[in-house]
Each structure stands twice: as C-alpha cells, then as structure tokens.
Ligand binder design. Structure first.
Ligand code: IFM
Length: 450
C-alpha cells in the first residue's frame, strides 16, 4: 500500500462558524446579528429554521473540545461573533462575550489543539446593518476597531488569525442574490460591499501589526474555485476568463497586487457603478499578510452565455459526474489545479485549506453509527490531490475539514449535513461518523494510505 505523507507539523483541523453552531442567541448580553434577523424573517430559510439553538455549542463547548481531542485534531478553526463582543457593533464592549472565546482558547491550548480565529464569518451586528451595513464605508472602520479590541483582550496565545471568511459570498449572495443576510438584490451595492470588506480586512491587518502580537500570523480566507472552459472555442475561453475574474481575481488581485483586475473593471463598468474608493485604499487592502486561507469544494465549468457584457459564463453540470447534497460536483483534481495556480500567480506565501468537505444524506443507525463512505471518499480524493500539490512545491501548511459537526447551513437550515460528527439536533447528542474515525487514523499517520 502506498503512503502519502504530509510535511511534519502539518495542521489537521476542522472548521466551524459562530452562527452555525453556537446558539444562545442573546446569552450574556449578545446583540442581534443580521443572521438572527434574516433567519427570523419568514421565507428565507428552509423549513423556517434558525440558529437560535444550532448545536448549542455556546453551552456545550467543553464537550465539543473533548470530541476534537478524541478525533485527534491538532487545529480548530472557529469564528468570533462580533455582536457578542460589541452588542451594538461599536461603542461599549461586552466582556462576557469575549470570556466565552477565552475559555474556548484555553481549552484548546490545554488539549494541544491550535486555534485559528476568524474575526468575521458573516454575522454582522444588526445595528450596523441599520446604518447601511457593509455598504457603508464606516463598517470597515468599526470592523477594525472590533478586531483591535479582540487582539488586545484575547490575551492568550492564538495560532492563526483570519480577518474575513469568504468576502465573495458576503458581497454576492448577501447583496446581489438576496439568499444570505442581509438579503439584498443589488449588484451595485454588492460591488461596493466587496470594496468595503476588503478595506475592513486591510484595516484589521494594520491594527494587528500595531497590536504587536508578534509571532502570530494573520491572513484572510477566500472561497476560490478553478474555472474551466467547456471547449477551446474563443467565446467559451473568454467566459471562463471573466468568470475567474469575478469569482477569484476580484479579491485576489487587490490583496496581492494592489489593484482590481483591469479586465473586470472594464466589464463591470459597462453595466454597473464601480465602487466608490478613496485615495490610499489600494495600499490598505494590499497590507502584507502572512498566509492565505483557501476554501474550495468544487470546480466551475462554463460556456459562453451569449451576452457581450456578461461577467460570468453559463455554468455546466456534467451529467456523468458525482454531486454532493449541495449539488456541487466532486472534482478533486480541481483542488490541485487551484493550489498550483494560486501559488504561481500570488505566491510565495504559506497557504492553508481552511475549508473543504461535503454534505451527504447521513443516517444515524440504531447502534449509534453513521456509515458515510462517500464523505470518506471525497476527503481521501481531495487530500490526495492536496498531497500532490505539496509534492510539487506548494507551501501548504494545513487542512481544515468543513465541518466539525452537522450545523446550520445558512439558507438550507439543518437540511445539509457536512459534519465529521453527526448531531441529532432534537437531543443535541453527538456521534462520530465513520469519516471522523477515518480522519483520526489519517491524522495519526500524518497522511494517506491508498
Ligand atoms: O457552511 C459554509 C461555510 O459557512 C462557509 N463556506 C462554505 C460552507 C458550506 O456551504
């Protein structure tokens, strides 16, 4: 049997996000977030579900850290809920909110699990949304102030800091497609939001350097996908190039090259208003970072849409491919392609896969087991491609499965199970799936056997 071992010190983790697991929606003076508001608005979420209780992780945190230790994770990525720390978004801080995360980091540290802290995974304080949310440039400044408070007061060693999770999703799904909070449908706003998010990221990185948390790295997590053209026809190739500009380069270029991609500026400006910017923004956004976090689940295959001004091709779902419960094509070789490309075009800098995983319809058997071979196969094949990328020189330092436990999958409520741990939501009982046992073995070998 061949072995595919990863470099020593490689991080093997799982990831979560505050709103998806914590519950305790107003405990210890937490303020309302846009996801509280959005999920309580009829028609937004499958089966009218909400994150009010979610996995009750706010109260079951110690048990959950024990489960992480059982699986053998050496890293855990979680996010801080801004409205626990600043219930009104800014102004007076709520010490009790931060205490929860301090306890969590303490428990992780004492279990030798490295902590990866995301400062923003989508749950903006509602009071800031009432002032325009991310469409308001001031939100970037409030974000940096909140971040600075956390840097100064989460006074325990933290292993990695991540400013934002998936700004593309925040801007586009939340402000152009209306399927995520705050539920807007305006592409002009989405473009402005993308800029303000990037600005908030840059300001938070600057504040981090000023906070003097030496030896702790900071970066950002982007959702990236390899984009492929259905054919070699010039129109399809052009559609793929634009789709890549929209999905990937619109965020990568300003962060790593100091400017928005010129082709996309030109294409967007045919139909939309470009974001309002101020002098100095580009330099703030390009403030150097220590690593890039990549979330990847699938590839995007496109053909030309027929419209001259389209910024995205028509997506194609090959009929003979395998799909996850989200309808996402299982395409492991795309992760290899993506890692090589990001390293080539934006490196050299350490990379992490901060999310990768799959939802499948899992079934809890009477004996408390969950047999999830398709998830194991997904993880195994994606990790094999990851291994190849490392062999070919990509400085990848860690991998986080999405997700630790079945949780609130945004507009899909609890209907999609991505977890290594099965959560029976009515009882909140947790059960390790076979994939968790598989992951544990893989971590103990520091690699795959195939
Ligand atoms: O659940 C989400 C997560 O919050 C962000 N990345 C994608 C995951 C699966 O949809």
């Amino acid at each position: 049997m061949a072995k595919f071992l990863f470099p020593e010190g490689f991080l093997w983790g799982a990831a979560t996000a505050s709103y998806q697991i914590e519950g305790s929606l107003d405990a210890d003076s937490k303020g309302e977030s846009i996801w509280d508001r959005f999920s309580h608005t009829k028609g937004n979420i499958w089966n009218e579900e909400t994150g009010d209780i979610a996995c009750d992780h706010y109260r079951r945190c110690a048990e959950d850290v024990r489960l992480m230790a059982d699986i053998g994770l050496n890293a855990y990525r979680f996010s801080i809920s801004w409205s626990r720390i600043f219930p009104q978004g800014s102004g007076k801080a709520n010490k009790k909110g931060l205490d929860f995360y301090r306890r969590l980091v303490e428990q992780l540290n004492s279990n030798k699990i490295k902590s990866s802290v995301t400062l923003y995974h989508w749950d903006l304080p509602q009071t800031l949304q009432d002032k325009g949310g991310w469409n308001n440039r001031d939100t970037a400044k409030y974000f940096a102030e909140y971040a600075a408070y956390v840097y100064a007061n989460l006074d325990l060693p933290v292993d990695m800091w991540i400013t934002l999770n998936e700004p593309w999703v925040i801007a586009i799904l939340g402000h152009a497609f209306g399927i995520h909070a705050p539920g807007l449908n305006d592409f002009n706003i989405a473009l402005q939001v993308s800029h303000n998010l990037l600005l908030g990221h840059g300001l938070a990185v600057k504040a981090f350097r000023e906070a003097g948390r030496k030896d702790e790295p900071i970066g950002i997590t982007l959702n990236l996908a390899p984009i492929q053209s259905l054919t070699e026809k010039p129109a399809d190739l052009e559609a793929a190039r634009r789709s890549d500009g929209f999905m990937n380069r619109w965020f990568l270029d300003p962060i790593f090259k100091g400017s928005y991609p010129q082709d996309m500026v030109e294409i967007f400006s045919r139909t939309f208003s470009l974001p309002a910017t101020e002098e100095g923004d580009a330099a703030i956004i390009a403030e150097p970072i220590d690593f890039l976090g990549i979330n990847n689940y699938t590839r995007i295959l496109v053909e030309a849409s027929g419209s001259e001004d389209a910024f995205m091709g028509n997506p194609i779902n090959p009929p003979d491919a395998e799909y996850t419960e989200m309808g996402w094509e299982v395409y492991p070789q795309g992760l290899y392609e993506l890692l090589i490309r990001v390293h080539r075009d934006y490196g050299p800098l350490p990379l992490y896969i901060t999310e990768n995983g799959a939802a499948f319809p899992d079934e809890l058997k009477k004996d408390g087991t969950i047999d999830d071979p398709r998830r194991i196969n997904y993880l195994q094949t994606y990790l094999l491609e990851t291994w190849k990328a490392v062999e070919d020189g990509v400085p990848l330092k860690g991998y986080f499965v999405w997700t630790l436990m079945d949780n609130f999958e945004w507009a899909f409520g609890f209907s999609k199970r991505f977890g290594l741990i099965y959560v029976d939501h009515p009882t909140q009982k947790r059960y390790l799936k076979n994939s968790a046992h598989w992951y544990k073995k893989m971590i103990s070998r520091n690699g795959l056997e195939a």
